[in-house]
Design a protein around this ligand. Sequence first.
Ligand code: 1YM
Length: 654
Amino acid sequence: MDDIKQPIDIEQAEKGYTAQDIELLSEMEGVRKRPGMYIGSTNSTGLHHLVWEIVDNGVDEAVNGYGDKIYVTIRKDGSIEVEDEGRGIPVDMHASGIPAVQLIYTTLHSGGKFSDKNYSTSAGLHGVGATVTNALSEFCDVTIYRLGKIYHIRFEDGGKLVTPLEVLGTTRKHGTVVRFKPDKRIFSTVEFKWDTISNHLQEEAFLLKKVHFILKDERANLSREFYYEKGLSEYVLNLNQNKEPLGPILYFEDENSQIKIELAMQWCIKDYNENIYSYANSVRTHDGGTHETGLRLGLTRAVNDWATQNGIIKESQKLDGNDIREGLTAVISVKVPEKILEYEGQTKGKLGTPAALSAVNDFTYQSVVHYLAEHKDFAVDLIKKVQTSKEAREAARKAKEAARTGKKSKKEDFIISDKLAAAQSKDYSQNELFIVEGDSAGGSAKTGRDRLHQAILPLRGKPLNTDSVTMERMLQNVEFSTIINTIGAGVGADFDVEDAKYGKIIIMTDADTDGAHIQILLLTFFYNYMKPLITHGMVYLACPPLYGVYKKTEPSKIIYCQNGQDLAAAKEKIGPGYAIKRYKGLGEMNAEQLAATTMNKATRQLLQVKIDDPLVVEKRISILMGKDPSLRRNWIEENVKFNDEDTFIKEVAK
Ligand code: 1YM
């Protein structure tokens, strides 16, 4: 039975709490008490999780073939609205006397526990999501267009029912509209970010081809639609927008097997990383798993078989998978039925389903062999590229060996720099490598460091911009070959994060534009040649203070400040008679000060360098390194704050 009994039993609702009401309420309270357990955090990331949960429910409807448009609208009052054109959330009355939609929005196990039907969905988690969003919102308003009627239900203050399910009228529309406003008592910020939501919806659109995602921001009168007819092909096209492709994008799809597979890939030249992005049931699997392993195995087999069968290489000269994958961008998305869906470890970051390995392995092998056979010119180019990678990798490996054994290779460049002040500990994961701008700061850092765990590598001048050169050219650069050898884990496709001699790589530069430039050049290098260091969260920026504030009568008691806000607080704390010192560079601090402010684990601040979303990185690179200077200027105007310094100068002048 789909329709609800009318009127709703108000009497029962007003009688007070039943045992079941209390149970429902306590579940919601549980979410409010430990939001982190459900959405990871209560910062901006957690805030946006509320949106993803609701969007996912709409996406599931579209996946099941109901509706092909999802609207997301950021409202001026701080709320957000998600609308789909599916069947509408069920409103039928459950045996407990509570309508299905209410159960879905107030219980964590609406699938089995209270509802007659099991509304379990592809990701398996939904239903939980709607409840979590409701529990963490100031209000949550649901309007349903279903089987000719408009229904409405409203919750406030963490999921308390304020408007029981009501019928508002009749309609020919079908779908669901959910509007909610996150609770500012729960989140550290309640500001929805256009970029965050836009990137997420774009990713969803790539994964779910032929569904429109329409984002509007009424705060700024912005709107954007994402719609990709070619799905993952367009994803790869976007990821490679700043690169030089070798051949076309290969696209393969298997919709008919138990495990559905979609795969797009393209190789690029002058790209020394392996860029594989995998998804299981539309959730990014950051740590890979069986589908990724299957892809690697199938691809290696296919390229080798084709090359040997066509007499390009001998059986004994088999190509290494690392070389085959150098410069490859691949996106693989699998849909695994719930009954065989398994993850490895605590999070959903690694797919464990064994059947996904053989399915993807076989599918990739068949598809790639077939493609190569039909595109011989491309196949020959590809194998040439792989052989070049192999030669470069062998050279890099020799360098790594030389570093490990301490033996000098024939090139002077390959010895570990005598400038390195090494750490004493052999517990590598605890060790930190500071890459420091300038010899004078390097000197202070060497004196002030914790010798057991901190190593210092001073840099001479500006590093090379590795974005515009080949790997061979990069390897000839003394600064970078020193960094490669010091870290000791190889480079490019040969890089193995397990071999790194440091748990943290910390870039320490002056807090000025030159320092920022050096940071960018070093990060570009790590991104191009040691990407796993970044994806494993091992690269950091040191945050030296910008100002020191002290009472004129007590010049040795300095409060260090990172920004204008800290500065204002420090001035207030000290009161009248303060003086401000502006630190223009690391070199202006003595060893003790540098250690206390920037290096000491107990007192320093570090910024961890992260890649949340590969698309964001590519977009930013295309803006910052690309050909259109006006895009770059706009970005800098919007994102770089020079004001701190200006206000400060004004103050000093006073
Ligand atoms: C903007 C949010 O929630 N749409 C939506 C949700 C559901 C259905 C349709 C639906 C599902 C089924 C049958 C079924 C449901 N979600 C859940 C749960 N949009 C939005 N549209 N009829 C309608 O799966 O059989 C249960 S029903 F639990 F996942 F939230």
